[in-house]
Design a protein around this ligand. Structure first.
Ligand code: NAD
Ligand code: MG
Length: 395
């Protein structure tokens, strides 16, 4: 059966793993056509992806790169676009399955373009869910778009969520990141290189830093709450350094179902691409005797305040989670540019949220009722975070 897919964020870590899965399934004789692909500013990567996938349409995020992109892609018979509207066109083009793997809130509008036409959306980009929360979920419902979680924890839960109405709680597992056993002093002087050296997963820089602060797990807590409809009290986080169990669902009869696999994003991607069937992919098979033991520990709230910040934002409401995600994007960027220290990331996010909570505008007091309101909260949080990071940098 022929199917058409699109990959938003094709040059990234998830985008590349998606290409690997598509390649493998095509080699098995599956007919997968690629309608559209998008990239940020990585033209070299985009050209490579277009050679491999032969899409009909390719978009870059930067409008001024249009001519350069057309020249680079000449001869590949692909239509080329640039800028926000081109990214949205990529999401809107008629592919039945869309991988949402742009990083950050930049992925929201292109993903929404796919949601609005009722596509099946494989959701790797957690920020668009954290950012637009209930509005995003409601839009998917209203337009009949199916959301298939690709984030490994949420994919794990989705795989074992046999009786959603009989669930007592969810447990998200966390690897603990590169600073799991580091001292506060070491973390205070951590460099972007150290923060991005993840022990278990190879990922883009933003999510790598998020994993080092545990903000990633906090964002995933919010993601799980919006996706599966459970409150913060019903979602636990446990550190599991072997990253073998990807998450657990606890049922009312005391049964606990979990999904295990070697940490390889091709597995949840293949699951989403083949769903409701399963596909054969050549990932390393799980060998428990080699792993030997699986260990678990509670996250250290003192060294990793991000988890508490995310829980508080989730309890405060959808505008707070929008603001948190936006402030975090700004703070991570400032850290990666070496303007602020590692511990300043959470400080920036916390202060930005405190500032917005106290603002007379009451901007984050109520849940946004439109995507315009989401954008306004996102902007205000970025402004606050930029100012706060600026003063931390100057200090
Ligand atoms: P990445 O940085 O490797 O890739 C991001 C992609 O988005 C690239 O194609 C890049 O060119 C594009 N991009 C960047 N900025 C853009 C902008 N402003 N406008 C349009 N496109 C832009 O990131 P990644 O690790 O592949 O992660 C992608 C998403 O998937 C993130 O939301 C992340 O949280 C989520 N995710 C990733 C992993 C993983 O293992 N990498 C696991 C779970 C979830
Ligand atoms: Mg994850």
């Amino acid at each position: 059966m022929k199917r058409a897919i699109s990959i938003l964020g094709v040059t990234g870590s998830i985008g590349q793993s998606t290409i690997a899965v598509v390649d493998e399934l095509r080699a098995q004789g599956q007919e997968i056509e690629v309608e559209a692909v998008t990239a940020g500013q990585n033209l070299v990567g985009l050209v490579e992806a277009c050679r491999a996938l032969k899409p009909k349409f390719a978009a870059v995020s930067e409008p001024s790169m249009l001519t350069e992109a057309r020249e680079a892609l000449a001869g590949l018979s692909v239509e080329v676009g640039a800028g926000e509207s081109a990214l949205q066109e990529a999401g809107a083009r008629p592919a039945e399955w869309v991988m949402s793997a742009i990083v950050g809130a930049a992925g929201l509008a292109p993903t929404m373009a796919a949601v609005r036409r009722g596509a099946t959306v494989a959701l790797a980009n957690k920020e668009c869910l954290v950012c637009a929360g209930p509005l995003f979920i409601e839009a998917a419902r209203a337009h009949g778009a199916r959301l298939l979680p690709v984030d490994s924890e949420h994919n794990a839960i989705f795989q074992v969520l046999t009786h959603p109405e009989r669930v007592e709680k969810l447990t998200l597992t966390a690897s603990g990141g590169p600073f799991r056993t580091a001292s506060h002093e070491t973390m205070a002087v951590a460099t972007p290189e150290q923060a991005c050296a993840h022990p278990k997963w190879s990922m883009g820089r933003k999510i790598s830093v998020d994993s080092a602060t545990l903000m990633n797990k906090g964002l995933e807590l919010i993601e799980a709450s919006y996706l599966f409809g459970f409150g913060s009290d019903s979602i636990d986080v446990i550190v599991h350094p072997q990253s073998t169990i990807h998450s657990l669902v606890h049922y009312v009869d005391g049964s606990v179902l979990a999904q295990m696999a070697t940490p390889d994003m091709r597995i949840p991607i293949a699951y989403a691409l083949a769903w409701p069937d399963r596909a054969r992919v050549s990932t390393a098979r799980l060998d428990l005797s080699t792993i030997g033991s699986l260990t678990f520990e509670a996250p250290d709230a003192a060294r990793f305040p991000a988890l508490g910040l995310c829980r508080a934002a989730l309890n405060a409401g959808a505008a707070a989670t929008t603001a948190l995600s936006a402030a975090n994007e700004v703070a991570v960027e400032a850290f990666l540019a070496r303007r602020i220290g590692f511990l300043d990331i959470c400080r920036t996010v916390e202060e930005a949220l405190t500032e917005l909570e106290g603002a007379e505008s009451g901007l984050i007091a109520n849940s946004p009722t439109s995507f315009d309101q989401v954008a306004a909260v996102d902007r205000a949080a970025r402004d606050a975070a930029r100012r706060i990071a600026g003063s931390l940098a100057a200090a």
